[in-house]
Design a protein around this ligand. Structure first.
Ligand SMILES: Cc1cc2nc3c(=O)[nH]c(=O)nc-3n(C[C@H](O)[C@H](O)[C@H](O)COP(=O)(O)OP(=O)(O)OC[C@H]3O[C@@H](n4cnc5c(N)ncnc54)[C@H](O)[C@@H]3O)c2cc1C
Length: 289
């Protein structure tokens, strides 16, 4: 471990100020809650020495409901999301995920933007947002664009962000009568990343699946949407056999690796279990809808 000497922290209270700094100075990295970045700096794994603090930019923080969507500012913390009624009612899988991320200290400091920009295949906020068809707003001084979250993840720790860009916010469409849920497996008694995580969004028509979206994390270079499986099972009745088939189909779509947290074989097996658990929970939350 080392103390944070040799680090320059730039401050601004406006979004434009931050974008100006990123567009004019080379090799300046944004820092939000710092829960991912500061351990890397301490372990000398971060190449950057200059950082722009975006945590105190008010424009980047908050949860706002519009007529057809929910907008979440990038520096909104996991604790803020957890205490939001809008999130618990309209994006329940994200509420589930935020309740399981790290410890209270990590949830109080860590942001949703940092979780996505870090682009870990195991990021817990990714599967919930993917099953809710979320889009992200990426901006530089000269360009402002929305892109599907799925296109934001490019590889392990690689996002679509360029060096002069910031993730500004996330847009989650408000989705009819569907409901979602999130499940994860991590090491017990340790505040650490998921070995595998999964989210399901389902809309029902009586006993049948009217709409289905599934996502699994930590089983490939990026968090995955299971689009092939979704397509195959829309219109099916949800019963024990369908659940088994959906689980098997999902574990056939994943491409995990062995690492310190789990083996590829374990991850493949547990993908099937977690996606079934998430789907059962999401289905039960739809009640009679
Ligand atoms: C003990 C511990 C436990 C943890 N447990 C979990 C867990 O259970 N689940 C989980 O998913 N994660 C976990 N994490 C990881 C981390 O806490 C989360 O990923 C957190 O959400 C990161 O947010 P942050 O604001 O701290 O990001 P930071 O550390 O500030 O930044 C992370 C990365 O994102 C970039 N960045 C941040 N915001 C922006 C932005 N708006 N625009 C452009 N780039 C940006 C930074 O440059 C950096 O590369 C854990 C971490 C620790 C230390």
């Amino acid at each position: 471990m080392r103390t944070l000497t040799g680090i320059t922290l730039l401050k601004t209270h406006t979004l434009v100020g931050a974008l100006e700094i990123l567009s004019t100075l080379d090799k300046v990295q944004p820092i939000a809650g710092g829960t991912d970045l500061i351990p890397l700096i301490r372990e000398v794994e971060s190449k950057s020495t200059h950082f722009i603090d975006i945590y105190s930019i008010k424009e980047l923080n908050g949860i706002y409901e519009e007529s057809d969507s929910i907008i979440i500012g990038s520096t909104t913390t996991h604790s803020q999301l957890l205490s939001s009624k809008t999130v618990s009612e309209k994006i329940p899988a994200l509420h589930d995920a935020c309740s399981l991320i790290g410890s209270i200290q990590i949830r109080n400091r860590g942001t949703i933007g940092g979780n996505l920009c870090n682009a870990s295949p195991a990021a817990d906020s990714a599967p919930p947002l993917l099953v809710h068809d979320a889009e992200v707003n990426v901006s530089s001084l000269s360009k402002n664009q929305w892109m599907p979250l799925e296109e934001f993840f490019k590889g392990p720790k690689i996002s679509a962000l360029k060096s002069d860009e910031l993730l500004i916010g996330i847009k989650v469409p408000i989705s009819g009568n569907g409901c979602s849920a999130f499940k994860r497996i991590g090491r017990r008694k340790s505040f650490t990343l998921s070995i595998v995580n999964a989210a399901a969004f389902v809309e029902r028509d009586g006993d049948s699946i009217k709409n289905l979206r599934l996502s699994i994390g930590s089983v490939a270079p990026t968090p995955l949407r299971m689009k092939k499986v979704e397509k195959e099972f829309i219109g099916s009745k949800l019963n024990h056999q369908t659940l088994t088939e959906i689980g098997q189909a999902c574990s056939g779509q994943v491409n995990p690796i062995d690492d310190v947290r789990g083996t590829a074989e374990y991850r493949r097996d547990i993908s099937s279990v977690l996606i079934k658990r998430a789907l059962i929970e999401a289905w039960s939350r739809t009640g009679g809808k």
